[in-house]
Design a protein around this ligand. Structure first.
Ligand code: ADP
Length: 261
């Protein structure tokens, strides 16, 4: 049977990644990982610690090359070098430059791309306004709360490049209230900037609140074991989050995760 070719913003095909461990033996961190993310889709990856989630995101961002397999951006095969700088990447730690104001941190990615200073500032200020950051544009990172710093880091990655945004457990260190606040901002960025998002998280609730689709990874070697389409209306209000459909999905995911470890 002929299948329609899929239009993907990001596609991974048969990705393997191995590392030499301390003893000199080869360890497979990723094995035969294949998936696609459609334009403007919000996909989350959940999996146990050591599943290779960070490894996967790092290589998709172009920080390193895969051992084998192919990566496509908008259906065009790209090397790690071609990916680097062409996808937005938000790491676990905010990594803001302490000597730069919030606004100067946010324009960092645009600077690298060669966007003129005036235009970069305008774009960043615009986004700051939508993210409730306008009063903190001239503030230095040390004077910002953890949640505020992550919000600036989110603005920076969102401005960085293209339509694709990869996030590696960016809210892990935040308390529950600040986390749920961040979900609001990430959805604001996603919708207003028409981004395609791939989020790594270990938090089932988080994945269910933000995603169109959730991919489940198993550990050692990391491989995709399940997929769940989150066909719930948005915004995912408290009513939806306490409803039967949400709970059923939460249970399904918990069971899947349990069976992978
Ligand atoms: P996760 O993000 O799901 O917790 P990681 O991607 O951090 O998982 O790690 C997956 C596996 O790959 C782990 O066993 C880890 O030790 C190994 N690994 C990751 N990066 C390297 C590296 N640079 N060198 C050697 N081993 C690595």
């Amino acid at each position: 049977m002929m299948t329609e070719p899929q239009n993907y913003a990001l596609e991974a095909r048969n990705i393997y990644q191995s590392y030499q461990n301390g003893a000199g033996t080869l360890v497979n961190a990723l094995q035969s990982v294949s998936f696609g993310v459609r334009p403007q889709e919000f996909v989350s990856i959940i999996g146990p610690s050591g599943a290779g989630k960070s490894t996967l995101l790092g290589l998709l961002a172009g920080l390193e090359s895969q051992t084998s397999g192919e990566v496509f951006l908008h259906n065009r095969q790209v090397t790690a070098k071609q990916r680097l700088g062409n996808v937005g990447f938000m790491p676990q730690k905010d990594a803001l430059a302490p000597w730069r104001t919030a606004l100067d941190n946010a324009v960092a990615g645009l600077e690298v791309k060669g966007t003129p200073r005036k235009e970069a500032t305008m774009l960043a200020l615009n986004l700051f306004r939508r993210m409730g950051l306008e009063d903190f544009a001239r503030t230095y990172p040390y004077a910002l709360s953890g949640g505020m710093r992550q919000r600036v880091a989110l603005a920076r990655s969102a401005l960085a490049a293209g339509d694709l945004l990869l996030m590696d457990e960016p809210f892990g260190a935040l308390d529950a209230l600040t986390r749920s606040d961040m979900h609001k901002w990430i959805l604001e960025v996603w919708q207003s900037m028409r981004k395609t998002i791939l989020l790594v998280t270990h938090d089932i609730q988080e994945a269910l609140v933000v995603s169109d689709r959730i991919l489940v990874m198993s550990a050692r070697p990391g491989t995709m074991v399940a997929e769940l389409v989150v066909d719930l209306p948005r915004p995912r209000t408290i009513e939806i989050q306490t409803g039967q459909a949400f709970n059923t999905m939460r249970e399904q995911l918990a069971k899947k995760l349990e069976s992978t470890t």
